[in-house]
Design a binder for this molecule. Structure first.
Ligand code: BV8
Length: 258
């Protein structure tokens, strides 16, 4: 793991400078990963334990797994929906929702499929990897629906076209939603400041967005107890639920001081 020489163990005093960067920025992008939902009680993909309900997310989140055993994969996502519905957004999600009111041009891009950013009040959310509560058609007929009732059913329901329905998420080896990544890429290329929050930065093309921002001259700030990104202007080594509210307060304080 390469750690920036700017790694700062998180303390409220040490977010003053990144807070000023945030207060002075015109175009900000925040890219979030599973880590921002960790304090809400949702396991990360590669965290300690790493198994969800005894299954490895990396082996379940593939079209091959669904083709092999649609009921097992469907039931695993149904379990995740139940888990997420029992969780609440945390102060990290809420801070990013408030950030949208502070920054003239803010885009929230998430790899997460749990919908917690929306439940925290974020309105503009680019979901690169889909959403647990959206259903698609396994035969790709184009039918989509959003279901928030739980449990849906232990077996995959049928699409109106007769094929199985599938979780409306992007599995490994699948293309991202056609408008999501280009929109995120454009915003990263135009950003003054790019926040990387709660991600191990190993899944592409999402992980490449910070490199796009860096190449375009943006400052990159990482928020993660175990920072991993290279080339960042500052790595705040702490939990998003504490660091993001402090960063927002520092920016608001700088703004108020005129
Ligand atoms: C694509 C939805 C091309 C499902 C997810 C071979 C064939 C095809 C593609 C590939 C291939 N080899 C590699 C690839 C590319 C592949 C990829 O990147 N693989 C990796 C594993 C090497 N990517 C893809 O397949 C993508 N598609 O490339 O398509 C294409 C183009 C055209 C046509 C056809 C194909 C699709 C990737 C999307 C996969 N779906 N999720 C589901 O959820 O079930 S990805 C999954 O990983 C989640 O979305 C998750 O968010 C994401 C990334 O993980 P992280 O969010 O970073 O989570 P992680 O656990 O890793 O890290 C958590 C971090 O939080 C840690 O750093 C930790 O320190 C930190 N943390 C912990 N606590 C806190 C905290 N931070 C802050 N606060 C805390 N409290």
């Amino acid at each position: 793991m390469r750690v920036s020489e700017e790694t700062t163990t998180w303390t409220p005093e040490r977010v003053a400078e990144p807070g000023r960067w945030l207060a002075e920025a015109h175009r900000v992008v925040a890219l979030t990963g599973a880590g921002i939902s960790a304090e809400s009680g949702i396991p990360t993909f590669r965290g300690a334990g790493g198994l969800w309900k005894g299954r490895d997310p990396m082996s379940m989140a593939t079209p091959q797994a669904f083709a092999r055993d649609p009921e097992e994969v469907w039931e695993w996502y149904d379990w995740r929906r139940g888990l997420v519905l029992g969780c609440e957004p945390n102060p990290g999600h809420q801070a990013l929702a408030e950030l949208a009111d502070l920054v003239p041009d803010f885009l929230l891009v998430t790899q997460n499929v749990d919908g917690l950013h929306q439940r925290a009040g974020s309105s503009q959310v680019v979901e690169l990897h889909g959403n647990l509560f959206r259903l698609g058609c396994w035969a790709c007929c184009g039918h989509e629906e959003t279901r928030v009732d739980h449990p849906l059913d232990p077996r995959p329901p049928r699409c109106p076209c007769g094929a199985l329905q599938r979780p409306g998420v992007v599995w490994f080896g699948e293309a991202l939603p056609e408008d999501a990544f280009p929109r995120a890429h454009r915003a990263a290329a135009a950003a003054d400041l790019f926040l990387v929050v709660g991600t191990s930065s190993v899944v592409y093309p999402a992980a490449g967005l910070a490199d796009v921002a860096l190449a375009a001259g943006a400052r990159v700030v990482e928020v993660n107890p175990q920072p991993s990104r290279a080339g960042v202007a500052r790595a705040l080594a702490g939990p998003a639920g504490e660091v993001l509210p402090a960063l927002l307060r520092a920016a608001q304080k700088f703004r108020e001081s005129g």
